[in-house]
Design a binder for this molecule. Structure first.
Ligand code: PAF
Length: 279
């Protein structure tokens, strides 16, 4: 059975209020890939009703970013979600989410000033605002988010705690293509040649893990080796950082459980990826 597509906030809130069972929620911007579908599968396992939102949120795109070109294909998304027996798709318009007199923004301090926050000012303010609105509309028991956007997950968990949201935010593992490229709707922008070049992101993260496992724990040395590997391609590095997974602050020495994150432009496409350092 196809999921019910709900376009109005009032209707979605009414449906949520009427549910007796647990609501699992997966917020997305659509153009779904296996990474999103893994979140939906996890939501299905843990909840009675699953709601997926599809909304390309203008407030999280900068003026020179890819909002108008962002890939969209509602029919394809609906079919994929029908296969997974999703109950509801919340698919609002911009007018519904940000009416003319809209004035309220939610922002999280510190965690949003680092990593992607440095080169995408206001991006996280857009994310925290829309997710606050979505949680108030869908009223979920659980919200499922991918670790691919590790900083986003950390920021939203902080917001959930600080603002006492009743929703449990559950981080799920990053999903990769068979060749190692982290799944992203933006991979669609890559030519075949750029896709090959983009594999350097994952390779550099694997290198970081190998260097740590061989006894090197100095961040500067590891970042330099990663930089060299990526600079062999046409990739332009936005950042490579090794951070404490809770504070997202850079660390000088790696430890088990720390996180290596990077953002690299392949042509005009900005890709992000990360890895947790293990033994
Ligand atoms: O990760 C995303 O796709 C978006 O940032 C989100 C969480 C759906 C908010 O627009």
């Amino acid at each position: 059975m196809k999921p019910v597509i709900v376009r109005s906030i009032a209707e979605m809130q009414k449906i949520s209020r009427q549910q007796i069972g647990k609501i699992g929620f997966v917020p997305t911007m659509g153009y779904l890939h296996d990474g999103h579908l893994s979140l939906v599968k996890e939501a299905k396992k843990r909840s009675d009703i699953v709601v997926v939102s599809i909304y390309v949120n203008p407030a999280q795109f900068g003026p020179s970013e890819d909002l108008s070109n962002y890939p969209r294909d509602l029919n394809r998304d609906v079919d994929l979600l029908a296969d997974l027996r999703v109950n509801y798709i919340f698919f609002p318009s911009n007018e519904e989410m940000y009416p003319d007199n809209y004035k309220t923004w939610v922002s999280v301090e510190d965690l949003t000033d680092v990593l992607c926050g440095k080169s995408r000012p206001n991006h996280f303010r857009g994310v925290t605002t829309i997710v606050t609105k979505l949680m108030n509309i869908v009223n979920p028991d659980f919200m499922f988010m991918g670790e691919k956007d590790f900083q986003q997950l950390a920021v939203l968990k902080q917001m959930g705690n600080d603002l006492n949201f009743p929703t449990e935010i559950i981080g799920c593992p990053l999903i990769r293509e068979e060749d190692g490229l982290a799944m992203s709707s933006r991979n669609k922008y890559l030519s075949e040649e750029q896709h090959k070049q983009a594999l350097a992101l994952n390779k550099s993260l694997i290198l970081a893990q190998k260097l740590f496992s061989s006894g090197i724990d100095n961040s500067e040395i590891i970042i330099e080796r990663m930089r060299k590997l990526i600079e062999h391609t046409d990739g332009k590095i936005d950042y490579i950082e090794i951070v404490d997974p809770d504070s997202l602050q850079s660390i000088d020495k790696l430890f088990k459980g720390c996180r290596v994150l990077l953002a690299v432009y392949i042509g005009k496409t900005r890709l992000i990826d990360n890895i947790e350092i293990t033994d």
